[in-house]
Design a protein around this ligand. Structure first.
Ligand SMILES: [Ca+2]
Ligand SMILES: [Ca+2]
Length: 185
């Protein structure tokens, strides 16, 4: 199915902000290494620790799964390849589905946000991770307020998954999930 302009805009925001971390216009393995290093540094996980190994291994798996969509085989995912990937995902699976890598990415992002490991994400945890990944402070706080409909709540995994679906598939400009990746859209 064809993506709407609004869906494309959100997915390009995700591409540019969370995936193309070196901002060279394409996604490649080194972008994932940058994210892994940032998260390990934030959490003080040293090379050789199980947590360091796990972060790198999980992101490595996600990159391998995403790189299956590198249609021209140049080792990079371009913005067009990224949009084709999502059009394909949404066409095949409907609004409730996703490729294997999407589930892996959802689990990874939720775990990365849930710093205390209690199964839900509070504003401080959300802002801490997103700031580390380069989202401005006020934008992180604003996004968390939107995601939790007012902000004193916590983001549970169920709500996170619901917001993720809204982010990728909703054409409703007022959907809370539009803010999942900190975007001012
Ligand atoms: Ca890149
Ligand atoms: Ca490519």
């Amino acid at each position: 199915m064809a993506l709407s302009d609004f869906q494309s805009k959100k997915l390009i925001h995700l591409f540019r902000t969370f995936f193309d971390t070196d901002h060279n216009g394409t996604i490649e393995k080194s972008d994932f290494d940058i994210v892994a290093d940032k998260i390990c540094k934030l959490r003080s996980w040293e090379p050789g620790s199980p947590q360091y190994g796990s972060v790198h291994q999980r992101l490595d798996t996600i990159w391998k799964e995403i790189s299956a969509h590198d249609s021209d085989g140049d080792g990079h995912i371009s913005e067009q390849e990224w949009l084709n990937l999502w059009a394909d995902v949404l066409a095949k699976k409907g609004n409730g589905g996703g490729g294997a890598w999407i589930k892996h990415y959802q689990d990874f992002m939720f775990d990365a946000q849930d710093i205390s490991g209690d199964g839900s994400v509070d504003e401080n945890e959300f802002v801490t991770l997103y700031k580390c990944l380069g989202i401005p402070d006020t934008q992180c706080k604003d996004a968390f307020q939107k995601l939790t409909n007012g902000g004193d709540g916590k983001l549970t995994k169920d709500v996170f998954m619901q917001r993720f679906q809204e982010f990728i598939s909703s054409d409703d400009k007022s959907a809370a999930g539009n803010y999942l990746f900190g975007g001012s859209l």
